[in-house]
Design a protein around this ligand. Sequence first.
Ligand code: FES
Ligand code: FES
Length: 167
Amino acid sequence: MDVEIMLRVDGSEYRLIVDTRTTLLDALRERLDITSVKKGCDHGQCGACTVLLDGRRALSCLALAVAHRGAEIVTAGGLGNGELHPMQRAFISHDAFQCGYCTPGQIVSAVGMLQEAAAGWPSVVSKDLAADGVVLDDEEIRERMSGNLCRCAAYANIVPAIAEVAR
Ligand code: FES
Ligand code: FES
């Protein structure tokens, strides 16, 4: 069944007709040509398709486009409002990628993760939370970013890049 939906992506509104089975990932990539959102596994396992959905990181391959009509979607391309976001600059300065396929998802996820930590969300490795919230040491960053895989294993540079922005 086809339905008309409206999606807000990186500050722009799009109206499109989609099959109700269309994932948000396919709507973004195949219908709106927003290809910074990557398809890795298409099964919620790799994090390459991560977007911010109403401010929270989400896997767009596991979301149906019709379920998010009108939602505010931010991709790596929309993070910096036309300029490089500090997280993007940190990934460049730390050389935190090789092929780059996972990178947009890593960066969007990292931005969402910092917001979660700032809100005081604990993780499975969080010990005593400091009075002023989560301390994002390397162990916390690795755990909180564990949903984003990198086939090139650029983790050794990804963690310091995120830590720099966290500071
Ligand atoms: S493509 Fe969505 S988690 Fe891998
Ligand atoms: S940089 Fe190649 S998959 Fe991460």
